[in-house]
Design a protein around this ligand. Structure first.
Ligand code: HEC
Ligand code: HEC
Length: 232
């Protein structure tokens, strides 16, 4: 259905182009230089990079590395997870004053555009916690993450995937807050997965998990177009 509509559109566009007098076609070709210069800004990816800088970076950081208390790092987050959360904010199923206002007027295409852009930001850890990791607390956090099967869904390196978020290297204050909110049902997930995962975990252990996850070392970004160039 969609395919045939697109085909029909292309055919109509071609027919239109054939009807344009040759002189006009020539004129349009001669202005190709300026058109080409405009093209990158018109590409959806570039447009959302710009809109992210204008509308989101003030809170989430220019590269998605948030410096703001209780505001999540978005860098390296998965497109599917991000779009799901934007949807929950827009529909009022996840509530936060700032984000509910941001998501309220978003069209589906905007949610897709922002989420796809977020997924292109290479993962970076949140600004380093002020205290050096305490070995005993890190070991306890690691044991809790095994015991409560966090690794089962979020992965052994906590990088997540699809609708499961990356949680390693996230801000500690945000992790602490959001885990407590899943437990108290203030934050309702897209599924019941998190409510079930944390329901029986004492608040104190959730804080230890947040401590551990925030300090979990993020593997270096592989060299590539968006990553740093190889040093050797
Ligand atoms: C005024 C500050 C502010 C602005 C501007 C803002 N955000 Fe947020 N954003 C937040 C906060 C705070 C949260 C965490 C909300 C919560 O605690 O539930 C959040 C959460 C999110 C999440 C969920 C992340 C996660 O790990 O669950 C996404 C996705 C997101 N924001 C995308 C955006 C996008 C895209 C924009 C720009 C169009 C934007 N935000 C603009 C403050 C902001
Ligand atoms: C059965 C799979 C599953 C298990 C087990 C699980 N999670 Fe999750 N987790 C998810 C999913 C799915 C989400 C996305 C929430 C939603 O549905 O909106 C999530 C979200 C989160 C978030 C929110 C991240 C953000 O950016 O807002 C944190 C933090 C988190 N999980 C930590 C944990 C911890 C800690 C454990 C272990 C105690 C755990 N999870 C166990 C599937 C799981």
């Amino acid at each position: 259905m969609r395919g045939s509509r697109r085909l029909a559109f292309t055919a109509a566009a071609a027919a239109f182009w054939l009807c344009v007098p040759a002189g006009a076609q020539q004129a349009s070709k001669s202005t190709k230089g300026t058109k080409a210069a405009e093209a990158p800004a018109a590409a959806p990816g570039a447009a959302y990079a710009q809109r992210f800088a204008q509308l989101c970076a003030a809170c989430h950081g220019a590269n998605g590395r948030s410096d703001m208390p209780n505001t999540p790092v978005l860098a390296g987050q998965h497109s599917f997870y991000a779009i799901t959360q934007l949807f929950l904010f827009r529909e009022g199923r996840r509530a936060n004053e700032a984000m509910s206002a941001v998501a309220k007027g978003m069209k589906d295409d905007d949610m897709r555009g922002f989420s796809d852009f977020i997924a292109t930001l290479p993962p970076v850890p949140a600004p380093a916690p002020s205290t050096p990791p305490d070995a005993a607390r890190m070991a306890r956090g690691k044991a809790l993450a095994q015991e409560h099967k966090c690794v089962f869904c979020h992965g052994a390196d906590f990088s997540g995937g699809q609708q499961v978020p990356r949680i390693g290297g996230q801000r500690e204050d945000y992790l602490k807050m959001t885990l407590q909110e899943f437990k108290s049902a203030k934050r309702v997930g897209y599924t019941m997965a998190m409510a079930e995962a944390v329901g029986r975990i004492p608040g104190e252990d959730l804080d230890t998990l947040a401590y551990y996850l925030a300090r979990f070392p993020i593997p270096p970004v592989p060299p590539g177009p968006s990553g740093p160039s190889p040093t050797k």
